[in-house]
Write a new protein. Structure first.
Length: 385
C-alpha cells in the first residue's frame, strides 16, 4: 500500500508540473488586437460625424478615412493570424494534455499487470545469488570465497574457483584451489593440467618436476589434447634435448587429425626448434641461442628459498630477453617474457617488453602477442601496431 501511495503522489506531482504551463492562455494578446479594431471603427464613425457638422473639409476627411482604413485592414489581418495561431496552439495543447494523462494511466496499467510491487527489497548479495549470470566476476569470486571459508570441504566450489583464479592471474590462489580440488574430488585431466600450468606460471615459465609429473598424467588422461604435449616438449628443451623435443612434437602431430585447430602452433614450435638447432648455418657473428635450465637446475629450483628462487628466475628472464633480442621473431618467447614479468609483478617491464616486441616481431605475429597481453590484463594502449 505504501508503494502505491508513494507512486501516486509522484505521478500527480509530475503530471501537474507538465499540465500547469499548458493551461496558460494567450487570450490577453488577442484581446489587445480586438481593442485596436474597435478604436479604428470608432475613429471612422467620428470622421463621418465631423463631416456632417462641417468641422472638417471633404479632402481632409477622405485622407483620414484612407489612413484609418489602412490601419483597420492591418489590424484585422493581424487579428485573423493571431486567431489561427491560437487555434493551432489550442489543438496542440489538447493533444499534449491528453498524452500527459495517458502516460501515467498506461504505465500504471502495464505495471499492475506485469510488475511485482509486493516483491520485498533484496540486498546486492541476494540479487546476485538469484541472477548469477548478471553478476560481475569479482562479485562471484567474493561469494565463492566467502562460501568456501565456511565450507572448506566443498570440492565442487574449489573446482569452480580454481580456473577462474588462473584466468585472473591470481596464481597462488589458483594453485591452492587446484590442490584442494584434487584432494577432495580426485585427479582428472582438467585439474592436473590446471595445477601444472599454475605451477609453471609460478616458476616464471620453468616446468618444475611436480609440473612435469602432472603434465604426464594429463597427457595419459587425454592423449589428443596438445597442451600437456607442448609442456612436455618444453621440459625436453629445458634439458637441452632439442632433437628429442622436436621428435616428440612431430610424433604427436603425425597422430593428430589434419584439421586440428592447434596444428599451426605445433608446427611453429617445431620450426623454432629447427632454428635453434642449426648453428652450422648461422653466420659466425650470430648470437648463440640462450639454452634453458638443465633438469638439475629445475629440481634445485623447487627446493630453493623464495629469495634464491627469485634470483634464479630473474636470471632466466634476463637470459630469455637476451635471446629474443637476437631472435626477435620468436612469438612464444615474447609471450613467456611478458608473462614472466607479470608474474614477478613488474608491469612496467612487461609493457616495455611488449613495445619492444611490436618493433621487432613480424607484422603477422603482432596481433597474437597483443591478444596474449590482454589476457594478462596488461595495458596495451600505445603498444598496438
Amino acid at each position: 500500500m505504501e508503494f502505491w501511495l508513494f507512486s501516486a503522489c509522484l505521478t500527480v506531482i509530475a503530471t501537474l508540473v507538465v499540465l500547469i504551463p499548458l493551461s496558460r492562455s494567450t487570450h490577453a494578446s488577442q484581446t489587445a488586437d480586438q481593442n485596436d479594431l474597435e478604436v479604428y471603427r470608432d475613429q471612422m464613425t467620428e470622421i463621418e460625424a465631423d463631416v456632417s457638422r462641417g468641422m472638417i473639409d471633404a479632402q481632409s476627411a477622405e485622407q483620414a478615412r484612407l489612413e484609418i482604413a489602412r490601419r483597420l485592414l492591418k489590424a484585422e489581418k493581424k487579428t485573423s493570424l493571431a486567431q489561427s495561431v491560437s487555434d493551432n496552439i489550442k489543438a496542440h495543447k489538447l493533444i499534449a494534455f491528453i498524452s500527459v494523462l495517458l502516460v501515467p494511466l498506461l504505465s500504471w496499467g502495464i505495471y499492475s499487470s506485469v510488475g511485482s510491487p509486493d516483491l520485498p527489497s533484496q540486498p546486492l548479495s541476494q540479487r546476485v545469488a538469484s541472477n548469477p549470470e548478471r553478476a560481475p566476476v569479482e562479485e562471484l569470486v567474493s561469494q565463492a570465497e566467502a562460501h568456501l571459508a565456511q565450507n572448506p570441504q566443498d570440492g565442487r566450489g574449489w573446482n569452480v574457483l580454481a580456473p577462474i583464479y588462473l584466468r585472473l592471474g591470481r596464481v597462488d590462489e589458483a594453485i591452492n584451489a587446484y590442490r584442494n580440488s584434487i584432494r577432495l574430488n580426485g585427479e582428472d585431466f582438467a585439474r592436473n593440467l590446471g595445477l601444472a600450468e599454475s605451477l609453471v606460471l609460478k616458476s616464471g615459465g620453468l616446468v618444475t618436476a611436480e609440473a612435469h609429473a602432472l603434465f604426464e598424467k594429463a597427457a595419459a588422461q587425454n592423449p589428443d589434447d596438445y597442451r600437456p604435449q607442448f609442456f612436455l616438449a618444453r621440459t625436453l628443451l629445458q634439458d637441452g634435448k632439442n632433437d628429442e623435443a622436436k621428435a616428440f612434437l612431430k610424433a604427436f602431430l603425425d597422430r593428430s587429425s589434419a584439421d586440428a585447430p592447434w596444428r599451426a602452433q605445433i608446427e611453429d614450435a617445431i620450426r623454432r626448434i629447427d632454428d635453434e638447432t642449426a648453428p652450422a648455418q648461422a653466420p659466425a657473428t650470430a648470437t648463440p641461442p640462450v639454452k634453458g635450465p638443465s633438469a638439475q637446475e629445475v629440481e634445485a629450483a623447487a627446493s630453493m628459498s623464495d629469495d634464491q628462487r627469485k634470483e634464479m628466475i630473474e636470471g632466466m628472464v634476463a637470459g630469455l630477453q637476451a635471446k629474443l633480442e637476437a631472435q626477435p621473431d620468436d612469438l612464444e618467447g615474447w609471450k613467456r617474457l611478458i608473462s614472466s614479468y607479470m608474474i614477478m609483478k613488474k608491469a612496467d617491464d612487461a609493457k616495455a617488453a611488449l613495445k619492444q616486441a611490436m618493433k621487432l616481431l613480424p607484422e603477422d605475429k603482432r596481433s597474437l602477442l597483443i591478444a596474449h597481453a590482454k589476457t594478462l590484463n596488461l595495458e596495451v594502449e600505445g603498444a598496438e601496431p
